[in-house]
Design a protein around this ligand. Structure first.
Ligand code: OXD
Ligand code: MN
Length: 591
């Protein structure tokens, strides 16, 4: 119970629909956590991991058909279809409430409904938003406890201000993919997710609130909710420049956000400060500049491929108080995943709960994986050694540069800078990645993912580009916008750039550009660095690699311009004219 009348009424309505045996208001305390874990150990929802080697860590397996976000079951429910735009699935609010309501009906019989008050962003900051999630999953409560600021202080604040909140109703129902829906009602500030226990579908503060509802609120209230990491780059003088960077899912945002400076730059005094690895909320402050916060409080990262070389900071962070999902369970009650360290154990229980040994193959002679490719760890961001000390700062950090990136084997140079904000918005709107062997579909096929927001924009993407353009006009001055491509290959198919910590060399150039310390070469697509301006201290790669990495083929870019025109046509009259203007200007420069 709460003094907040609207909240009480809504919880009551949801309970009438779902019929739980009991309602528990979560306070976020340590005792509550222990109690929930104990219950979940009893039912097998969670397994206790080795208390000595992984103190405070627990293990969870999702249902086998419930291991990733289900974009085809994710909808934006607005009165007018036009407002969801051509890139979102749409349903009318009436149909949405009806269809999901049928699945929610009586779905919590015999279960407890937990009420989770949570704040995205520091509690009480004018940048933050409060949500209340109702759920019948202990796993979800424990994850929300890490991923958000959760519990009594949030409820107290909501009561004190009698404020509004995002209504987030979640239920596992029967975890049947045919009875699963993830619905967003931006006009009602409401999210209904039913039939999935997977993080991206079930932790409603993350993609659903912070990006889909957040982007809608951002448009309405004049700020930006973006699928971006935020990091600070401290140079030897002690100056910290902050960047926000958008990459499509699975392009290494988590690794970049907490990279370890390579030896040569570390010795000079460079340091990285991690603000966030997935989501940025950015506003114009009283100084006319763009400031950003990470609304989350934890990381929900992909385990496979994480090891002490690719991301030493995360390996340190996940040694305690971490929830592991769908990884390999080892005999000594620790965990392992493909591409983890050390090498594969002799045996274990795989993510599906079957006995596992390395080298086993299935009936198609494909290796049987110990961990699911989308297996995850949930860890408090405060455990990351490189975490910023400004996490609780109510205004966040000043953003000097915005970076877009994708994975292009041949087209895009290692880095280029847009001519101005409007051109930068065009660069973001045409962002793309090529499919790798790990993805379903034709190899090398280009997938457009504007600002890495394609699955996460809660309204018409044409209006979203318009909003970006409007924001640019209000800032004095707006941040510079860059594009990076760590994934360029030579004729033989070898990567030209080592990536990982070495990416700092490019971030260093970007910050230098923002400070006005270096000039650059003008090309038809934007400004690129003089080769000598990239700090190569301690990195030995052939000089010709750098030349190749910065080459711009007019022929390839003309082809790219044709492909972006095709993409733009999907938006019809909803696309701002400025985007076509930038397109025409690019084609002209390429002549
Ligand atoms: C994520 C995603 O899980 O982008 O962060 O899919
Ligand atoms: Mn993401």
């Amino acid at each position: 119970m709460t003094k907040h009348r609207k909240l009480n009424k809504w919880v009551k309505e949801c309970a009438e629909l779902c019929q739980p045996v009991k309602i528990v208001w979560c306070d976020g305390s340590e005792e509550e956590k222990n109690q929930l874990e104990k219950e979940a150990f009893k039912t097998g929802e969670l397994l206790q991991l080795n208390r000595k080697k992984l103190p405070g860590c627990v293990f969870h397996r999702t249902a086998i058909n419930d291991v990733a976000r289900t974009e085809h079951l994710t909808y934006i429910c607005t009165k007018n279809k036009r407002d969801a735009g051509p890139t979102n699935n749409w349903m009318s609010p009436k149909e949405g409430y009806h269809r999901a309501g049928e699945i929610f009906k009586n779905s919590m019989r015999g279960r407890t409904m937990y009420v989770i008050p949570f704040s995205m962003g520091p509690v009480g900051s004018p940048f933050s938003k409060i949500g209340i999630q109702l759920t019948d999953s202990i796993y979800v409560v424990l994850n929300m406890r890490i991923m958000t600021r959760m519990g009594k202080p949030v409820l107290d604040l909501l009561e004190k201000t009698n404020g509004d909140f995002t209504r987030c109703l979640h239920g596992k129902a029967d975890l049947d993919v045919n009875r699963r829906l993830v619905l967003h009602f931006p006009e009602d500030n409401t999210i209904w997710s039913v039939g999935s226990g997977y993080g991206g579908n079930a932790l409603l503060g993350k993609k659903c609130l912070s990006l889909r509802i957040g982007s809608y609120l951002g448009k309405r209230e004049g700020w930006m909710a973006e699928h971006m990491l935020i990091m600070g780059i401290e140079d030897p003088s002690g100056y910290i420049g902050y960047i926000a960077a958008a990459f499509p899912s699975a392009c290494g945002k988590t690794n970049l956000a907490m990279l370890l400076p390579p030896e040569g730059l570390k010795r000079k005094g460079y340091r990285i400060w991690t603000v966030g690895d997935d989501i940025a909320w950015m506003r114009i402050d009283t100084d006319g500049k763009l400031w950003g916060i990470n609304p989350e409080y934890g990381l929900f990262g992909v385990a496979p491929g994480s090891n002490s070389k690719t991301n030493p900071n995360i390996m340190e962070a996940i040694k305690k108080n971490t929830i592991y999902t769908n990884v390999l369970f080892k005999k000594d009650k620790t965990v392992w995943w493909e591409g983890g360290d050390p090498a594969a154990p002799d045996e274990g229980i795989d993510w599906q709960g079957n006995p596992w040994k390395p080298g086993q193959v299935d009936e198609n002679r494909e290796p049987i994986l110990g961990s699911h490719p989308n297996s995850r760890f949930t860890v408090p961001i405060l455990q990351v050694p490189s975490v910023t000390n400004r996490l609780e700062h109510h205004h966040g950090v000043p953003i000097s540069a915005i970076i877009f990136g994708g994975s292009r084997a041949h087209l895009a140079p290692l880095v280029y800078e847009s001519f101005n904000w409007q051109h930068g918005v065009f660069v973001g709107a045409t962002m793309a990645s090529e499919r790798t062997a790990a993805q379903f579909g034709k190899l090398g096929e280009v997938r457009r993912d504007p600002m890495a927001m394609l699955p996460f924009c809660g309204y018409n993407m044409g209006d979203y580009f318009e909003h970006w353009l409007e924001m640019g006009k209000k800032m004095t001055p707006p941040p510079k916008i860059f594009n990076v491509n760590w994934f360029r290959k030579d004729e033989k198919g070898n990567f030209l750039w080592p990536g990982f910590g070495e990416n700092l060399r490019i971030l260093e150039w970007i910050i230098s550009r923002c400070k006005g310390d270096v000039d650059a070469i003008k090309t038809p697509i934007g400004y690129i660095p003089h080769e000598n301006d990239i700090d190569m201290t301690g990195l030995r790669i052939p000089r010709e690699n750098i030349t190749k990495l910065l080459t711009i083929s007019k022929k390839d870019w003309k082809q790219e311009a044709e492909s972006t025109a095709e993409f733009f046509k999907r938006f019809g009259g909803d696309l701002p004219q400025e985007m076509w203007k930038e397109h025409r200007a690019l084609v002209k420069r390429l002549k």
